[in-house]
Design a protein around this ligand. Structure first.
Ligand code: PLP
Length: 249
């Protein structure tokens, strides 16, 4: 917003597969989220994204992958739009942040990170494929200079300067300490091994789903989530419930 003052309510532009957390943040920050339909591959539809950039757009969000179907948005194309329009591109890698970098060694994974000029921030959840307990997560910035937009600074009180980087002020450090311990325990080799097992399971699962006439795999899963769609008349919520019941038998 500081770099791109708008005439009306500032807008975040993303595929409809993006996480509701952006709408939650937008409610708090008086922003608007513009969601456009994904393409048949469940990935952000680049033409539609380009079409919806307006003078009020401040940020584009791409998911790596999106939670609903596990597909990675075409981040390189989103970066191109962001660069052309001077927009912030945030990559939501909450699910993929600790998966895709290791999957690269075993699978064809499209660039989704700071390798791409235009990606300015990436979120990655430690408590998902990082295997740590909840309560600590990551927001990575492409440039130290971007910290200024996150920092809250106040000095009009008797103690002097107060600087804080997060919405919550005083925070418990336990989750950070436990995340540090888990990451050191697993190390790169531990993460790589876990990703390898998940990719193996995914590769075994996909042909089985595809062999069933009533079901189909949605898009091209690149992480540990496999989206399954049903033929006409198949109630996928019932299928999902049955699978969950089966799990608990
Ligand atoms: C892809 C993705 N983005 C964002 C979030 C939001 O995280 P939070 O639960 O911290 O709001 C999640 C949480 O599950 C997620 O899966």
């Amino acid at each position: 917003m500081a770099e791109r003052p708008t005439k009306s309510v500032p807008e975040i532009l993303m595929s409809h597969t993006g996480h509701p957390a952006f709408n939650k943040a937008a409610e708090l920050l008086d922003l608007k989220v513009v969601r456009v339909r994904a393409n048949s591959d469940c990935r952000a539809e680049i033409g539609a994204i380009r079409q919806h950039v307006t003078e009020n757009t401040i940020m584009i969000v791409g998911s790596a992958p999106a939670y609903p179907m596990g597909c990675v948005d075409p981040i390189a194309d989103l970066a191109q739009i962001a660069n052309e329009s001077g927009l912030w591109l945030h990559v939501d890698a909450c699910v993929g942040g600790f998966f895709l970098p290791f999957a690269r060694e075993l699978d064809d994974v499209p660039a989704f990170d700071f390798i791409l000029k235009g990606v300015r921030s990436i979120s990655a959840d430690l408590h998902k494929h990082g295997y740590t307990s909840r309560g600590a997560s990551l927001l990575l910035l492409a440039d130290k200079r971007f910290e200024q937009y996150q920092r809250f600074f106040f000095d009009a009180w008797p103690v002097g300067e107060l600087v804080t980087m997060t919405i919550a002020g005083s925070r418990p450090g336990g989750a950070v300490a436990s995340a540090w311990a888990v990451m050191n325990f697993l190390g790169r080799a531990g993460y790589r091994e876990r990703v390898r097992k998940i990719i193996e399971a995914r590769r075994a699962l996909i042909p089985e789903i595809q062999s069933l006439e009533e079901l189909r795999v949605l898009g091209i899963p690149k992480a540990g989530i496999v989206g399954i769609g049903g033929a006409d008349g198949i109630d996928m919520r019932a299928v999902s419930q049955r699978m969950m019941d089966w799990q608990t038998i």
